[in-house]
Design a protein around this ligand. Structure first.
Ligand code: NDP
Length: 467
C-alpha cells in the first residue's frame, strides 16, 4: 500500500477529469476528484450542451416559417426567453446529477472544493485547508472565455458564460470574433429574434475551415439578416445613459447595441493552481505544456483537455483522459490521436467537416481532385427556403484517398461523424463510388459525385484572399 492518501488526485470535474477519475477507479485505484463549481465542466454546464439546446430553440423561428409551405397554418408565435432558460437549467441540473452519480458509483471520492498544488505530491483543499497527498496528479481544469482586458470598456461586455443566463433577451447584440462560438451564437440570437451583428478582424469568418464553407456560411447568414462586418474590431465599448452600449469599431463606425459578446478565444484555467510551486511548466498563453502522453514537466503530474490548449473539443478531452489512464495505470503508454478529427459548427446552416481543407490539401499534395456540389435540399423545396446545401470531397489524385470532406447544410454534423469513420479507415474515392445511395436523402450526394469538379496541381492554386 502506498503512503499517499490517493493513487490519483484529479483537479477539475469536467468531461476529461471525470472520465479519468472513473476509469482509474474502475481499475481499483484510490481516486479523488475535486471540482470548485459544478460537475460536468464547460461542455455540460456552460458550453456544448446548453448551446445545442439554444440552437434547437432558435431553429423554431424558421420551422414556423417553413411550415406554411407544407400546409400548416401556424398562428404568430411568441418566444419566452425565461421559459427557455428554466427548461435549459433543469436539463443541465439533471445531467450534472448523472455526472456526479457516475463518479460516485465508480468508487472515486468527490470533493466539492477548489484544489491547489502545494508541491508535486501535495494538494490543498481550499474549502477547509486540508492537505491531501497523491501519487499521481491529473490537472483537468479546462478553460474560460478570454476577457480581453485590453479592450476599453471590456467590463461592459458579456461572454458565452453570461449568454446562458441573461435576465432579458437583448433587442440588439454585437458579437466579437469569427470562430465557433461567435458564429454559433450569432445564429442563436438571430433565430430568437435579436438584431445581430458579427464583427470579425479577418477577411472571412471561420478561419482554418475550407474556403467554400466560409463563404457559403457567410452568404447564408447574411441572407437571413445577420450583419457580418469583416476586417474590423471593437476599439471601445461605452455605457450610454439609456443603459445601452456604444461600440466603436476600427472602421470608424459606432453601433448602439444592448449587449456586446466577446467570443475571441478561450484561456486555460491555470492561474493560482500552484503550478509554479510544483514545478509545472506553462506556455506563454498560460496553457500547461505536455508531451504526447499528456505528461507535464513534472514526472507524476499530468494534464488533459482545454487546460493544455491542444484541441479544445470535449471528445478530445475524454480521449486524452482514456489515453492517460492507459499510460499511467495500464502499463501501456498511449498517445492520444489528434489526427483526422471530425468536427461540427452548429451554425445555421450547420457545418460538418473532417480532414484537410482544399487549400491545405493543395499545399500538402502533388495533385488533388475536388468534388463539389451545391444544391437546394429537398426539405427547402415546398417551404420555399432559398438556402443551398454544400458538399465537397477532396481526393489525393495519386492514392485516390479521400483526404477531406466538408458539408454545409441540415444535419452536416451528423454526416461528419460518419464520414469521420470512413476517412479514419483510409477510404478511397472508389469506395465512395461503389457505395449505393440512400434515396432520397441529402447525404446521397456524397456518393454520386462521379466526376471531379476540378483538379489542383501543386503550385497552380490561386489562393483566395486569405490572411
Ligand atoms: P476560436 O478559436 O474558434 O475563434 C476565436 C475567434 O476570435 C477567431 O475568429 C479569432 O480570429 C478571434 N480573435 C482572437 N483573438 C482576437 C483579438 N485579439 N481580436 C479580435 N479577434 C480575435 O475560439 P472560440 O472562442 O470561438 O471557441 C474556443 C474553442 O472552443 C474552439 O477553438 C473550439 O475548439 C471549441 N468550440 C467547439 C465548438 C464545437 O465543436 N461546435 C463550439 C464552441 C467552441 P482569427 O480567426 O483571425 O484568429
Amino acid at each position: 500500500m502506498s503512503s499517499f492518501d490517493y493513487d490519483l488526485f484529479v483537479i477539475g470535474g469536467g468531461s476529461g477529469g471525470v472520465r479519468a477519475a472513473r476509469v482509474a477507479a474502475a481499475l481499483g485505484k484510490r481516486v479523488a476528484i475535486a471540482e470548485e463549481y459544478r460537475f460536468g465542466g464547460t461542455c455540460v454546464i456552460r458550453g456544448c450542451v446548453p448551446k445545442k439546446l439554444f440552437v434547437y430553440a432558435s431553429q423554431y423561428s424558421e420551422h414556423f416559417e417553413d411550415a406554411d409551405g407544407y400546409g400548416w397554418r401556424v398562428p404568430p408565435a411568441r418566444f419566452d426567453w425565461n421559459a427557455l432558460l428554466a427548461a435549459k437549467d433543469r436539463e443541465i441540473a439533471r445531467l450534472e446529477g448523472i455526472y456526479r452519480r457516475n463518479v460516485e458509483s465508480s468508487g472515486a471520492r468527490i470533493l466539492d472544493t477548489r484544489a491547489e498544488l502545494v508541491d508535486r505530491h501535495m494538494v490543498r483543499l481550499v474549502e477547509d485547508g486540508r492537505i491531501i497527498t497523491a501519487d499521481q496528479i491529473l490537472i483537468a481544469t479546462g478553460g474560460r472565455p478570454s476577457p480581453h482586458p485590453a479592450l476599453k470598456g471590456h467590463e461592459y461586455c458579456i461572454t458565452s458564460n453570461e449568454a446562458f443566463h441573461l435576465a432579458t433577451l437583448p433587442k440588439a447584440i454585437m458579437i466579437g470574433g469569427g470562430g465557433y462560438i461567435a458564429v454559433e451564437f450569432a445564429n442563436i440570437f438571430h433565430g430568437l429574434g435579436v438584431e445581430t451583428t458579427l464583427v470579425y478582424r479577418g477577411v472571412e469568418i471561420l478561419n482554418r475551415f475550407d474556403d467554400d464553407l466560409r463563404a457559403g456560411l457567410h452568404e447564408a447568414m447574411e441572407n437571413k439578416g445577420i450583419e457580418i462586418v469583416c476586417r474590423a474590431v471593437a476599439e471601445e465599448v461605452a455605457r450610454r445613459e439609456d443603459g445601452r452600449l456604444d461600440v466603436k469599431l476600427s472602421n470608424g463606425e459606432t453601433r448602439i447595441v444592448d449587449q456586446f459578446m466577446l467570443a475571441m478565444g478561450r484561456s486555460p484555467n491555470t492561474e493560482g493552481l500552484g503550478l509554479e510551486a510544483a514545478g509545472v511548466e506553462t506556455s506563454a498563453t498560460g496553457a500547461i505544456v505536455v508531451d504526447c502522453y499528456s505528461h507535464t514537466s513534472v514526472e507524476n503530474i499530468w494534464a488533459i483537455g482545454d487546460v493544455t490548449d491542444r484541441m479544445q473539443l470535449t471528445p478530445m478531452a475524454i480521449h486524452e483522459a482514456m489515453s492517460f489512464v492507459e499510460t499511467a495505470f495500464g502499463g501501456n503508454p498511449t498517445a492520444p490521436d489528434h489526427d483526422l478529427v471530425a468536427t461540427a459548427v452548429f451554425s445555421q446552416p450547420e457545418i460538418g467537416t473532417v480532414g484537410l481543407a482544399e487549400h491545405e490539401a493543395a499545399k500538402a499534395l502533388e495533385e488533388i481532385e475536388v468534388y463539389h456540389a451545391a444544391f437546394r435540399p429537398m426539405r427547402n423545396t415546398l417551404s420555399g427556403r432559398n438556402e443551398k446545401m454544400l458538399m465537397k470531397l477532396i481526393v489525393d489524385a495519386a492514392s485516390r484517398k479521400v483526404v477531406g470532406a466538408h458539408i454545409m447544410g441540415p444535419d452536416a454534423g451528423e454526416m461528419a461523424q460518419l464520414l469521420g469513420i470512413s476517412l479514419k479507415a483510409g477510404v478511397t474515392k472508389d469506395d465512395f463510388d461503389r457505395t449505393m445511395a440512400v434515396h432520397p436523402t441529402a447525404a446521397e450526394e456524397l456518393v454520386t459525385m462521379y466526376q471531379p469538379s476540378y483538379r489542383v496541381r501543386k503550385g497552380d492554386m490561386k489562393p483566395r484572399d486569405r490572411e
